[in-house]
Design a protein. Structure first.
Length: 262
């Protein structure tokens, strides 16, 4: 399987990040989508830039973006390979101006992510990985540093959690865990914490969409970790009409029966 040059994808993500930061530095308007989630000019500017750049780079590969998610399943189901992007993951963090938002670009092949780039515009950090070369963290234009998940699990366990979401299911999960400490982070950066060995488990027991997770899943898996549903089956993409994910777990140490804590 031939993959596109991931450095080209990294640059597209950085260019989108620059477009986002231009709006981040100004007073911007926040609209509300049908599901009550926020939408800003930055989401759309990033979407348009990425869609155009990927179209030039790989004309034969279709693009599915959070901002073009109305493509019907009868059309999507015919795609063996496609780009799945979240032009601005963590719009709530963007609106709060806490810097914890990302640009996510993933390549899906036969239902699974095989390449992913997660770029953090405010810090200039890029997480990227693919099935052939492994996973890396890069600061600015510095030398990429290989990353891998923590195995065995640390003691106390380090649990990645959301700044914007916490529900009863997560509370119950945490109550069953051995001694642990929380590491709070926004957007897909929680998956990246697991990928680089700074967290051991990220339980997401609440709603997400496929574009929220695909790029970071590619990074986690390239780093030796797993992203699974609550039955410990690998998280898959474009398998149904709905683009909502099931609840899922992200972890590095696969010798632990994480399902037993659910």
């Amino acid at each position: 399987m031939t993959l596109p040059d991931i450095q080209h994808i990294n640059q597209i993500a950085r260019d989108a990040g620059d477009a986002i930061l231009q709006i981040y530095a100004q007073d911007f308007e926040v609209e509300e989508k049908a599901d009550s989630s926020p939408l800003t000019q930055a989401d759309m500017a990033s979407h348009r830039l990425i869609e155009a750049a990927l179209g030039q780079l790989t004309l034969e590969i279709p693009v599915l973006s959070e901002e073009s998610a109305s493509i019907p399943y009868v059309q999507r189901r015919q795609w063996r390979r496609y780009w799945l992007i979240d032009p601005l993951d963590g719009t709530r963090e963007f609106v709060k101006r806490n810097g914890e938002f990302t640009v996510n670009i993933a390549l899906i092949d036969d239902g699974y992510p095989v390449m992913g780039v997660v770029y953090v515009p405010v810090t200039g950090v890029t997480y990227f990985g693919d099935t052939q070369a492994g996973a890396f963290r890069q600061e600015g234009h510095g030398e990429p540093v290989p990353i891998q998940v923590a195995r065995p699990c640390a003691s106390p366990m380090r649990v990645a959690g959301s700044r914007s979401h916490a529900g009863d299911s997560l509370v119950q999960f945490l109550q069953k865990l051995p001694p642990h400490e929380m590491v709070s982070m926004g957007s897909s950066l929680k998956l990246c914490l697991v990928a680089e060995g700074k967290a051991d488990i990220y339980p997401r027991l609440g709603p997400t969409s496929e574009w929220d997770t695909a790029a970071a899943q590619a990074v986690v898996e390239a780093a030796g970790g797993q992203v699974t549903d609550t039955d410990l089956q690998r998280l898959a993409y474009n398998q149904k009409d709905s683009l909502l994910n099931p609840y899922f777990l992200v972890f590095g140490d696969d010798t632990i029966d994480w399902k037993s804590y659910l």
